[in-house]
Structures are given as C-alpha cells and as structure tokens.
Design a protein around this ligand. Sequence first.
Ligand code: TRP
Length: 331
Amino acid sequence: MDDKIVLTGIKPTGMPHIGNYIGALKPLIDLSQNHKTFMFIADLHALNAMHDAKEIKQHTYEEAALVIAAGMNMENTILFRQSDINEIYQLTEFLMNVTPKGLMNRAHSYKALVEKNTESNIDVDSGVNMGLYTYPILMAADILLYNSDIVPVGKDQKQHVEFARDIAGYFNNIYGETFKLPEPIIGEEIGLIPGLDGRKMSKSYDNTIPLFAPSNELKKKIMRIITDSKTPEEPKNPDESTIFLLYKQFASESETEEFRQMFLKGGMGYGTAKTMLFEKIDSALSKQRAEYDRLMANPNEIEEILQRGAEQARRIANRTIAKVKKKMLGL
Ligand code: TRP
C-alpha cells in the first residue's frame, strides 16, 4: 500500500460511455488497488449549470453505482456525495479570502465564456454565475479538505488542480504550513478511443457507445460503426479500423493478435468483425453491468454506501476545519 492519498470527483452528468471508461475510470480503478482513495460525486459542482434537483440526484446514484460496479477497490475507497459534507461549504468560504480574483479570471472555462461573449458583442459576463466563476475555489476546497496528495483528472481539469496548489500556497504563506500541495496526474492518452463514426468518442459528436447499455442496444450501436466499403475478401488495415481499435481495449493480447491477422489476411467481412466486437464487449462488461443494474434497482443501498462514506470523510474534514479555524480566527 502506497501511503499517498488519491482523491477525485465526478460530476453527475449522466451515463458515461466506453471512451470515458477506458480513459478515466480504468486508471482510477487501478490506483484504488493500492491507495487510500477519496471519491465523491461532485453534485455542488453541477449546480452552476444544472437546475433540476431530481436529475442531479438521479445522476448521482448512476455515477455512484458505476464506481462500485466498475470495480473500484471499495476496501480502500471512501465514496461519498460532495454536498453531504458540511465542511466543504466552510472551507470554500475560508479559501475565498486567500484567493486572488485575478486567478479566477485566468480559469479556462470562465475565459472561454468571456471570449465567446466578446465575439458576440454582448456583456462579457453574460451567463456567468458566481458558481461558475468560483468553481475552482470549491474544487480547491475538495482537494485540500481531505489532505490529498494525488489528484487524477482529465486534461481539461489540470488547471483546476494547479489552482488548488496555488491556493494552498497562498494560504500557507499567510498562515504557515497547513496544506499539502496536491499533484495532478493526467490520464495518459491511451491512444484515441474512436466512436461510431471514427472520430474521437465524445458526447458532443453523438457517436458514443454507452458503457452499460443492454445487450440489444449495444449490438445495435456496434452494427452502426461506420466502415469503408472493402469486400470481405480484401485485406484490411486493423489500425485504421474502429472495430479493431475498440476490440483491443477489451481483448487479451493473444485475442488481439488473432483479430489483427484476420484483418490483414482478408476473408473476414466487417459484419463478422462487428459481431466479434459485440460479443467481446458484451461478455467483458456483463458482470459489471449486472451489478450496476442491481444497484440502480436498489437506490437505498447506494444511499447507504454514500452515507457510510460521508461519515468517514467527515472525520477527516472536521480536523482540517479545526486547523483552519484556529489559524484564521484563533478559535
Ligand atoms: N471539476 C471536475 C470535473 O468537472 C470534478 C471535480 C470536482 C473534481 N471536484 C474535484 C475532480 C476535485 C478532482 C478533484 O470533472
């Protein structure tokens, strides 16, 4: 067991797809095998854009069920809902007072909106609420509240983890050594995970394969993968084929090699290749999917797990707040 503390948050935005699983979730599952891991559903972070409480709650259960079913090591993982820990609101308020406004002005997501507004000749802050503007402070509070060492995130979140480091530094400068400086780890690009149309799999291209789609839906999606018009007899380049690139993410090395040879030799049509891909993914995910479905049919069980996690998280959060109150207010 490595003694570094891993922490990450997942926004409750809906069922992830196979690309998210391979790129983000699998590496986390690996880290959780030998690290103490804090993992929470960041429902407060969803608030700046999502205003439907029911939807946030439902997606929170989906993300939690996903984490449990996908195979996180739950012995080492404290899984909880961000908003259940009152200390998060406290630390956010405290950190507001050491965070320069200029730092927030530099945040990529805020800047992107300002630029868009400028181009459209409307007020620069149009559509910007304070939840969006101070998003990085809440995220710094998440990271610092639980003494995290390592924060695995996607590339788009790297700046936020750097901000958390900066904010920890500002605090330590004023009040003396208090917070550890967290390190981001950025999911290595596992190579492009192509979607149905061959472009990167992404919700914004509407080309995704949902992770836990029922078998028949999975099959339908896979049959829709776009291919070129080579005949079954013709040899094909596996490394240019969406079918092959997805297959190798789920198959063993020897299976992958066999599939590669079938492409290169010719004689296998795309229909057959798609059926093989479907069978591979369907069987690789079947146990996890069944556990996901079982949990989603038992939201009380998910809620209990989240509450147990919250109790554990609160114990650590308490101590951090006590330290900060003492330093900032003398209490
Ligand atoms: N902002 C992250 C995202 O949109 C989610 C998140 C919230 C997070 N708090 C965090 C990630 C703390 C890592 C650490 O994906």
